[in-house]
Write a protein that binds this ligand. Structure first.
Ligand code: FAD
Length: 427
C-alpha cells in the first residue's frame, strides 16, 4: 500500500479548506482509520460533541466482530465504558474476577489480590472481543454524526495546512454501497493496529524490541468452577495466565519461540497433556475448546503520538508484552484521552488538528504508556529466568507485596489502570 503523505511534518501546500459540499469530496472533522475496539471507542467518545466523524474500516462489521479473542478488561476500561453509556449493554456478558493469584514457579509464597485491597467490589473483568466490538458498533450505527465507511481501506493520506485528504479504496463488492473514494478531515486518527501503515507513511519512528518469547492463546472448559479467580503464574520460560470466562478459562501462555513452536505442533491430546501440567489440578480435568493461536510478542513505542493533523491510538502507537493483560486497556485509555483533548480544544475554539492541541494528548498518554510498557518488560525479564540473584530479588518482591499493603495497593492500582491522570469519561 502506498500512502501518499507529506512525511516528517511538511504540510502539502496545495490543500486548502474546502467548504462542505464543494465538489464531491465529503468533509468531516475527524476521520478514524480502523474501526477495531480502540478506533470505535474514539468515535463513540466523540458522540454529542457536535463533530462529524468518519470511521473507515477494512473488514465488514460482522467479520471484525467475529474474532474469538478474549481480553482482561481493566476496572478503568469498565469505567470508560460506563462513561460511554455502554456498560449496561456489555455488563451481563463480561466475566468478573474477584481474586488474582500471582505466583513464582513452585515457590509457595503466593500473592492474593482481593477487592478489599482497592475498596472495590471486583478486581477486573474478562471480555470477549465480539461483546465489546458489537456494543461499540451498535452505538456508532445509532449516532447520526458518525459515518461508518466499511468495508473500505485507507490507502493514502495527504496532509494539508487546514485539512488532511484521505484516499479510500471501498470494497463495494462486499458492502453493496457506493462509498466515497476520498474525504477531507481536520484530524486523522490512526487506529489501524500494530503495523499501522498510517504511522509508517507519516514517518513516525518507533523504538522497541521483539521478545525471545511467543504467546499461545487457547480456551478450555474445566471440570470444576474457576470461582472467578484469575491467575498470573511466572515460570522460568515465561508468564502463564488463566482468565475465567463463563464456564471456560482463557489461557495466555508465553514461552521461548522454539518451545512455543513445539507446543503449537502438538496434536490436541498432547497439547492438553502439557497444558494440564502447567494449569495444575485445582479445577479438575480440562477440555480443550476450539483452535489455539500463536503470536509473536514485542514491545514497541512510537517516538511521537502525533504530527500535524494526525494522532495515533492503541496498537498503532504502542505494543506491549501480554503479561498483565494491558494492551487493549492502554488503547481504550488513549481513545478516551484523545476524545477529551479534542473536546477541550473545541470548547476553547482551537484547531483540533494543530500540533499545539495534539501535543497535549501526546504528553498525557505517551508517558503514561511508558510506565506500563516498562513495568511489563521488567516483570517478564525478572521472572522468566532461573538466575539465582534475580530469583532472590523476585521472591523478596513477592514477600514484600504480600506484607506491605501500600506496595500491594500501588501495584494493583497500576495494573487496573487507576493510577495517573484519569480521563473525564472514567471519573
Ligand atoms: C496473545 C495476545 C493476548 C492479548 N491479551 C490481551 C488482554 O488480555 N488484555 C488486553 O488489554 N490486551 C490484550 N492484547 C492486546 C490487544 O489484542 C490489542 O491491544 C488490541 O486488539 C489492539 O486494538 P486496536 O484497535 O488498537 O488494533 P486492532 O484490533 O488491530 O484494530 C485495527 C483495525 O484497523 C483496521 N485497519 C488496519 N489497516 C486499515 C486501513 N488501512 N484502513 C482501514 N482499516 C484498517 C483493521 O481491520 C482492524 O479492524 C493481547 C494481544 C495478544 C497478541
Amino acid at each position: 500500500m502506498v500512502l501518499d503523505c507529506a512525511i516528517a511534518g511538511a504540510p502539502v501546500s496545495g490543500l486548502a479548506a474546502t467548504p462542505e459540499g464543494e465538489g464531491s469530496v465529503p468533509v468531516f472533522d475527524v476521520a478514524i482509520a480502523g474501526g477495531g475496539i480502540v478506533g470505535a471507542t474514539v468515535a463513540c467518545a466523540l458522540r454529542g460533541s457536535g463533530l462529524k466523524v468518519a470511521v473507515i474500516e477494512a473488514l465488514p462489521q460482522a467479520t471484525a466482530a467475529r474474532q474469538a479473542q478474549a481480553y482482561a478488561f481493566s476496572l478503568l476500561s469498565g469505567r470508560i465504558f460506563r462513561g460511554l453509556g455502554l456498560w449496561e449493554t456489555v455488563r451481563s456478558r463480561l466475566e468478573t474476577f474477584t481474586r488474582i493469584r500471582l505466583s513464582d514457579g513452585d515457590w509457595p509464597d503466593v500473592v492474593e489480590f482481593e477487592p478489599a485491597d482497592l475498596g472495590t467490589a471486583e478486581l477486573g473483568y474478562v471480555a470477549e472481543h465480539s461483546v465489546l466490538l458489537s456494543a461499540l458498533h451498535q452505538a456508532m450505527n445509532d449516532a447520526p454524526e458518525i459515518t461508518w465507511l466499511c468495508p473500505a481501506a485507507v490507502t493514502g493520506v495527504t496532509y494539508g495546512e487546514e485539512f488532511a485528504e484521505v484516499a479510500i479504496a471501498p470494497k463495494a463488492e462486499l458492502s453493496g454501497e457506493a462509498l466515497p473514494q476520498k474525504l477531507r478531515a481536520k484530524l486523522v486518527v490512526a487506529a489501524d493496529g500494530g503495523r499501522s501503515p498510517l504511522r509508517e507513511a507519516a514517518g513516525i519512528g518507533t523504538r522497541g524490541w521483539g521478545y525471545w518469547q511467543s504467546c499461545i492463546v487457547a480456551a478450555v472448559r474445566p471440570e470444576r468452577s474457576h470461582d472467578q479467580v484469575a491467575y498470573e503464574r511466572f515460570q522460568a520460560s515465561g508468564p502463564f495466565a488463566i482468565l475465567p470466562l463463563g464456564d471456560t478459562c482463557r489461557i495466555v501462555w508465553t514461552a521461548p519461540h522454539a518451545e512455543a513452536q513445539a507446543l503449537a505442533a502438538l496434536d490436541d491430546e498432547q497439547f492438553l497433556a502439557q497444558l494440564e501440567r502447567r494449569f495444575g489440578p485445582q479445577m479438575g480435568k480440562l477440555t480443550l475448546l476450539g483452535r489455539r493461536h500463536t503470536f509473536t510478542v514485542r514491545l514497541m513505542q512510537s517516538d511521537r503520538y502525533c504530527r500535524p493533523r494526525l494522532a495515533l491510538v492503541g496498537e498503532a502507537a504502542h505494543n506491549c508484552h501480554p503479561v498483565g493483560g494491558q494492551g487493549l486497556n492502554l488503547g481504550i485509555r488513549d481513545a478516551a484521552a484523545l476524545a477529551e483533548t479534542i473536546q477541550t480544544a473545541i470548547a476553547q475554539g482551537e484547531d483540533i488538528g494543530s500540533v499545539a492541541v495534539l501535543r497535549r494528548y501526546d504528553r498525557w498518554r505517551r508517558w503514561g504508556n511508558w510506565t506500563i510498557l516498562g513495568f511489563t518488560d521488567v516483570l517478564d525479564r525478572l521472572f522468566s529466568n532461573q538466575i539465582w540473584p534475580l530469583m532472590a530479588v523476585r521472591r523478596l518482591g513477592i514477600f514484600a507485596l504480600k506484607r506491605i499493603k501500600p506496595l500491594k495497593v500501588f501495584s494493583l492500582k497500576l495494573m487496573t489502570g487507576l493510577l495517573g491522570r484519569l480521563p473525564a469519561l472514567a471519573r
